[in-house]
Design a binder for this molecule. Structure first.
Ligand code: SAH
Length: 345
């Protein structure tokens, strides 16, 4: 198996059958070699730097009904909130003082966040913090909407494709959502000049190795600047309540593979990875990740942004969350930097 890792390191690609064996390989020696090469590759391009993204969870209202997500509209037990303009600006102010140079506004698909509201907010953040990147993660919107928000000053957009295989996509989403639309949104975002992020959950219900290979092929075609992957974690109020969580080791293998297939990509060690294992994010950082996303949301809403069960970082103030992550990053042997952390061309 180590020859396959050597080949991936040297050429940045593998055949489907080689990928399949590597994705399914539980051998420790192979995992260690993959980790070593993934780390070498991230250090070649980004050194020991880890970029911070301040995550502001702007709304838990959602008009969609994704079967895996705790915010799905049919979850009647979900507690809904939406942050006001003033609250969001205050998160940015706190974040700036803590050294964040990227703000990520993420939320459910909440129609109260109209283009007018978002554009005026984005312009104000852009004007107040000219040295910061503005990232949006607000789901599927029209080309026009993406364009207006880009013109208002947004730089990046995170929209995981979730599953590149149509059959799997439709098992994870309600019938009114389509993979075609999702892919079209990603194409529009790239065309408009956003640094674009795609990705998927590892170990989602019904997901096979072949599905994961399709996800990797889709990413090769899209060439996003950011890739977000994390383990699926069940939520007690969804149809997938009884499904098994994604595995730490499979997630780490995929992070290593992604770093070698996309040497310069911005790759976060996600909160979901830290949720399934207390050392998950540190292990992610050692396996090619170069981004962490501490929570900047007001503490009073954190528990309500309930995508999956036992989500971490819901109790602490932003400063504590920042400090905790800094210690984790340092303990893994890397250093947090106070920079925008753009994709390097
Ligand atoms: N509405 C936005 C943001 C969604 S939340 C959008 O559509 O992009 C961000 C990500 O959390 C999702 O893309 C999904 O991949 C992940 N997520 C949702 N539910 C999850 C679960 N149960 N386990 C792990 N990740 C989950």
């Amino acid at each position: 198996m180590t020859e396959i890792v050597e080949k991936l390191y040297k050429t940045g690609d593998l055949s489907d059958s080689e990928l399949k064996s590597l994705i399914e390989c539980g051998d420790e020696k192979t995992a260690e070699l993959l980790r070593k090469y993934a780390d070498e590759t991230r250090q070649k391009h980004y050194g020991k730097k880890v970029f911070l993204r301040g995550l502001i969870e702007v709304s838990s209202y959602c008009k969609n009904d994704c079967l895996y997500c705790g915010l799905r509209r049919s979850n009647k037990n979900a507690e809904r909130y939406r942050l006001s303009r003033e609250e969001i600006l205050s998160c940015c102010e706190t974040g700036y003082e803590l050294g964040f140079r990227t703000f990520v506004m993420q939320g459910g698909e909440d129609s109260s966040f109209t283009d007018d509201f978002m554009c005026s907010l984005i312009s104000e953040i852009r004007q107040k913090y000219p040295d910061c990147a503005i990232t949006l993660s607000l789901g599927e919107r029209s080309y026009e909407s993406y364009k207006r928000m880009k013109d208002a000053g947004a730089d990046r957009y995170l929209l995981r494709h979730e599953a590149a295989c149509g059959e799997l996509y439709s098992k994870l989403h309600p019938s009114e959502m389509s993979l075609e639309n999702r892919k079209n949104c990603l194409k529009n975002l790239k065309e408009l000049g956003y640094q674009t992020g795609a990705g998927f959950m590892v170990g989602a219900p019904y997901q096979t190795t072949e599905n994961i290979i399709e996800d990797l092929r889709f990413l090769q075609e899209l060439q996003p600047q950011m890739i977000g992957i994390g383990p699926f974690i069940s939520h007690h109020d969804t149809e997938f309540a009884e499904c098994e969580n994604g595995s730490l080791y499979l997630t780490l293998r995929l992070l290593g593979i992604i770093r070698l297939m996309f040497p310069k990509v911005l790759l976060p060690a996600t909160t979901a990875l830290g949720t399934i294992n207390p050392q998950g994010r540190e292990l992610g950082l050692k396996t090619g990740c170069n981004v962490v996303m501490p929570n900047l949301s007001p503490v009073k809403v954190r528990k309500k942004y309930d995508l999956y069960d036992n989500k971490i970082c819901t109790g602490e103030e932003s400063a504590e969350c920042r400090g905790c992550l800094e210690r984790r990053v340092n303990s893994a042997g890397y250093e947090i930097v106070s920079e925008r952390g753009d994709f390097i061309k």
